[in-house]
Write a protein that binds this ligand. Structure first.
Ligand SMILES: C[S@@+](CC[C@H](N)C(=O)[O-])C[C@H]1O[C@@H](n2cnc3c(N)ncnc32)[C@H](O)[C@@H]1O
Ligand code: SF4
Ligand code: SF4
Length: 332
């Protein structure tokens, strides 16, 4: 089980595709409240992903890592790589770091820093710092139409990053302030996955979307025992988001659905609440195109946030799915 903990909503960049939306608040997680939450919960089966906003802006990040290390199975920090000084301040260096990099040097600086901030050089400094302390790291790349071709060039350069553990590549999602017209079609995304699988010289963490051949093979193999843990991205069942005020959400794209607050209840109580069951027992509606789909036992209607943000209700299905697009006559 993965627990995403947002240390803040504040950021030192202002990416125009940020899934968290425009940061209008500057909330920072309170250390004493965190200590209380750690004391009142059992997180031993959880992997902690410290994120934000930009978590390295939190003045107590080193202490937070150290406190959390004893309570969680593992700790990762997701950062834009702008700051590296926090690494030296960590007494406990048993963590993994994920750094965002969305293109080659010039492209990334345009995307993340409007061409005015040399974000790329800062990332290289951060990687040097992590290597100096033998801390493992991966690169996370988010792809839309605007950086699609550049990612192929990045692919030819990425193996030069020293000690890179793996390269995670994901499609841009149309949430927060992301521009919907920049989102890739399923065909474009799957073509890129094929290209990267053929050409990348580093370990990849990537997956095709709506890969019906794979779904067919999976269903043939396990006709009577279909359980696919990653259906609906695992919201609530395998993944949970905690915001700086300790509000709990099924996903960062479902912040209209708070399911509890860790200052009032334990995570176990929250996960068994009726609010949480809407997501852990998620079912598509009878009037959804998914209802009669043969892949429903595995896919379970795809991304729940896609249903909510596109159809304005839960249980309608993932509008990116080509089968749904066919039924709705959407031309992508
Ligand atoms: C919201 S950021 C927070 C951590 C840190 N500030 C960073 O940028 O890495 C977490 C991850 O979400 C990714 N992300 C941002 N906007 C996205 C979007 N619209 N769709 C998919 N991923 C997105 C970022 O690239 C990053 O890898
Ligand atoms: S993607 Fe990360 S770096 Fe960019 S604005 Fe959002 S939180 Fe900040
Ligand atoms: S129609 Fe619905 S259940 Fe079937 S593959 Fe598409 S999103 Fe999944």
């Amino acid at each position: 089980m993965q627990l995403y903990l947002l240390l803040n909503t504040d950021c030192n960049l202002n990416c125009n595709f940020c899934i968290r939306g425009k940061s209008l608040t500057h909330d920072y997680l309170d250390l004493n409240s965190l200590k209380y939450v750690l004391q009142t919960n059992d997180f031993s089966n959880y992997h902690l992903l410290i994120t934000g906003g930009e978590p390295t802006l939190h003045p107590n990040l080193p202490l937070i890592i150290s406190l959390c290390h004893t309570h969680f199975r593992g700790v990762s920090i997701n950062t834009n790589g702008m700051k590296s000084s926090w690494v030296e301040k960590c007494d406990n260096k048993h963590f993994h770091v994920q750094i965002s990099l969305d293109g080659t040097e010039h492209f990334h600086n345009q995307l993340r820093g409007n061409g005015k901030i040399d974000v790329f050089s800062r990332i290289i400094n951060t990687i040097d710092m992590l290597n100096k302390h033998n801390i493992s790291y991966n690169i996370s790349t988010t792809v839309g139409k605007n950086n699609y071709e550049d990612i192929k060039i990045l692919c030819s350069q990425i193996s030069t990053l020293h000690n890179l553990k793996y390269w995670k590549v994901s499609p841009i999602l149309p949430f927060g302030c992301a521009d919907k017209s920049n989102v890739l079609s399923v065909i474009q995304w799957n073509n890129l996955v094929n290209y990267l699988l053929d050409n990348a010289e580093v370990r990849l963490s990537i997956k095709r979307l709506f890969d019906y051949d794979l779904l067919d093979r999976y269903m043939e193999r396990n006709p009577d025992n279909i359980s696919f843990p990653k259906s609906n991205c695992g919201n609530v069942k395998y993944k949970i988001y905690v915001y700086p005020d300790f509000s709990v959400y099924p996903c960062t794209c479902l912040t209209d659905f708070p399911i509890g607050n860790l200052l009032n209840d334990t995570l176990n109580q929250i996960l068994h609440s009726n609010e949480a069951k809407k997501f852990s027992d998620y079912r598509v509606k009878e009037n959804s195109p998914c209802f009669l789909c043969k892949y429903l036992p595995i896919c379970n209607g795809g991304c729940i946030g896609m249903s909510y943000h596109y159809f304005h209700e839960l249980g309608k299905g993932d509008y990116r799915c080509p089968l749904i697009q066919e039924k709705l006559h959407i031309i992508s």
